[in-house]
Design a protein around this ligand. Structure first.
Ligand code: NAP
Length: 638
């Protein structure tokens, strides 16, 4: 299909501005795909990372900027912007090398990276290998728990395979975490161009870091475009699931919107219940005696006007830090109770809108959107370099590894710059553990707000909550109209509060009693046939995007299901040996990561047994290799 673009539609000035603003290396790649101009291939590429940030960018050398923009201008005003045919895999790999100007490609390039470019319509898809087993599909049902990004992905994939499914969600709206979290200023802290499905093309994002409302619009767009909305049953929760070995089905107790509980049967259960779905209400003495207004960040009372009020905020993770500027702006006074400082990083353009010019390029310049998103992926790959402990570096007096220590210096310099001569704040704000040994928090105005006259940072600890306010460990009581609980989520309680009972009565507590939640490749467990988790135990990847990983995990689950049905089996169960081997490898590798060392920062990265039940130790390429397709030797199929 040819794409004729009337050059009158946008002025020359508009185009020039767009070209001045755009990511030139992405533009270069897109233009090369269209024109094959050898000059573009020869341009010098300079790796660049801003000091104190974890992100690496491959930039076009300044010497070529004018020439590149001129060529692009000529092309964009030619009137015909019909996309050249999408390159095959071999050519794509050559293009990826060209993007980096010949600098070494990460080992992930050939697999995960190739899929990130998303030249295919549906880059990560499970497919039937042979003829669709229509008979086997009759009376075969999958129940998906949760309608967040994972549940929606599973729904779309199953729909494409023609497998019958239903989605249950206990909330009254779709979107999972983005339905639950509607506190002020909620927005994603990873660029939207990474935080999106790769099969949804050119979604017209308004912001580089989408707000909660924009993400909800995206969710609506996806379920409507892919026709799965009417398969989602809201205000409907799974209460219990019992494996019936005789029929090879799960027996589900499901509570509907009117509170009645019905029993249903399902061949497969996919839990996409999410990691951050159960709020943690801090167990502070006296919390129930408080008479003022109090709510957790997931239960924001939008009818309560806190203008001019005395406010306390407990908890300074990503959530508390993000919403705190709003509390200070509107309230008369804000006291922030911080138990452990977090590393808070500046992110350039965090509140920026996508300009009309960039939107035009994303829409009309063939393949610019692909390379622009790919650039975000390549930049983010750098993250994983900060996690492993380097014993040689430590022997020389280093803290974690060279890069991590550089990052630490950069982030410390940022705090110093921000707080100026407020040494009292500096002492309270610089963590004594390594960056990324806990989740990095994005600066949404945190430091600037702490400097305001009506804001106080309290770090001495909370002794108790009283009827009127909070007593800190120094015995000082402060009175508050509103206490906001930004105390996070019960992340170790995977699948809670659903009671799952597997083969021979086995329960999750039995399997996980030794040291908390575990799984094989984050998805399956022995004793729980026909059961899969999306974003289950140890699913916190070291790099890559949430949506991409969910696409990959759903493809894996889809491929297990197609294999099972094509073989005529009705039951698939992980072997005990596969579970144990995987977890032994995981433990060995995990001990090399900063968060499990004495330089770690605790928080939800480490569970009550001292191990990480949420993160994984694998690099992006290593985990991709393990999950790109199922190894059927790991399973019993009957
Ligand atoms: P969190 O990171 O677990 O932070 C919870 C906070 O509450 C911590 O500061 C914790 O202190 C404090 N706390 C807990 N119990 C306490 C107690 N009894 N007394 C005093 N303080 C207490 O939770 P979160 O901030 O909700 O973030 C959870 C995750 O959600 C993030 O890591 C991120 O993955 C995601 N998230 C993302 C975004 C985004 O993309 N923009 C925004 C929000 C959240 P300690 O540190 O001392 O335990």
């Amino acid at each position: 299909m040819s794409v004729k673009v009337d050059s009158e539609r946008v002025s020359d000035e508009f185009l020039q501005e767009a070209l001045d603003e755009c990511h030139l290396n992405s533009l270069r790649m897109a233009l090369y795909q269209q024109t094959k101009d050898p000059d573009l291939a020869r341009m010098k590429i300079v790796p660049h990372s801003r000091p104190g940030t974890p992100f690496l960018n491959y930039l076009v050398d300044r010497a070529h900027h004018d020439e590149l923009k001129e060529k692009a201008f000529r092309y964009l005003t030619s009137g015909d912007l019909t996309p050249a045919p999408a390159p095959d895999k071999k050519t794509t790999l050559e293009l990826m090398a060209m993007f980096q100007g010949g600098h070494d490609l990460d080992p992930s390039a050939a697999g995960y990276g190739y899929e990130e470019l998303a030249f295919e319509e549906f880059p990560r898809e499970a497919k039937w290998k042979g003829v669709v087993p229509k008979e086997a599909l009759k009376n075969f049902t999958v129940t998906i728990i949760g309608s967040g990004f994972s549940g929606i992905m599973a729904a779309i994939q199953l729909d494409r395979l023609g497998i019958n499914f239903r989605v249950l969600d206990r909330q009254s709206g779709i979107g999972g975490t983005w339905e639950l979290n509607d506190y002020p200023e909620a927005r994603v802290d990873i660029t939207t161009f990474l935080y999106q499905y790769k099969f949804v093309k050119k979604y017209p994002w308004k912001s580089y870091f989408a707000t909660r409302d924009e993400l909800k619009e995206y969710v609506d767009h996806v379920v409507d475009t892919y026709g799965v909305r009417d398969r989602i049953e809201l205000s409907t929760k799974l209460v219990s699931a019992n494996w019936d070995a005789a029929t090879k089905e799960w027996v589900l107790e499901i509570e509907g919107p009117d509170g009645t509980i019905e029993t249903h049967r399902s061949n497969i259960v996919i839990s996409a219940a999410g990691l951050f779905s159960t709020p943690h209400l801090p167990d502070i003495p006296g919390i129930r005696d408080y008479k003022g207004k109090m709510f957790h960040t997931t239960a924001w009372d939008h009818d309560y006007d806190y203008s001019g009020k005395q406010i306390a905020l407990i908890g300074t993770g990503s959530t508390g830090t993000q919403l705190m500027p709003d509390l200070a702006r509107r309230g008369a006074h804000l006291t922030v109770y911080q138990r452990t400082p977090n590393w808070v990083t500046p992110v350039r353009g965090y509140h920026n809108a996508v300009s009309a010019g960039i939107r035009w390029l994303l829409d009309y310049m063939p393949y610019y959107a692909n390379w622009f998103a790919y650039n975000a992926h390549v930049a983010q790959l750098q993250n994983q370099a900060f996690h492993p402990i380097d014993p040689e570096w430590q022997a020389k007096g280093g803290y974690i590894n060279e890069k991590n220590d550089q990052l630490r210096e950069g982030l410390t310099a940022h705090i110093r710059k921000k707080v100026g001569d407020r040494n009292d704040l500096l002492e309270k704000l610089v963590p004594d553990y390594a960056p990324l040994a806990r989740r990095l928090v994005v600066d949404n105005g945190w430091f600037d707000t702490l400097l305001k006259d009506n804001v106080e940072l309290e770090t001495i600890g909370i002794q108790a909550i009283t009827a009127d306010g909070i007593i800190s460990n120094d015995g000082v009581e402060r009175k508050f109209d509103l206490i906001v609980l930004g105390a996070g989520f019960k992340v170790s309680q995977y699948l809670w509060p659903v009671k799952y009972v597997g083969r021979d009565g086995v329960q999750l507590e039995d399997l996980w009693e030794k040291d908390g939640a575990r799984a094989h490749l984050t998805m399956t467990m022995p004793g729980f046939p026909n059961f899969f988790m999306l974003y289950g135990p140890n699913a916190g990847t070291r790099s890559g995007s949430f949506h991409s990983w969910i696409e990959i995990l759903v493809r894996y689950v889809g491929n297990v299901l197609t294999e099972m049905l094509e073989r005529g089996a009705r039951e698939v169960e992980l072997k005990q040996e596969a579970y144990e081997t995987y977890n032994a490898e995981l433990d060995a590798e995990m001990s090399k990561m900063s968060w499990e060392s004495e330089k770690g920062g605790g928080g939800y990265y480490v569970n009550e047994f001292g191990r990480s039940g949420v993160n994984m130790p694998w690099t992006l390429a290593e985990f991709y290799d393990r999950v790109k397709e199922p190894d059927f030797d790991d399973f019993e199929l009957n």
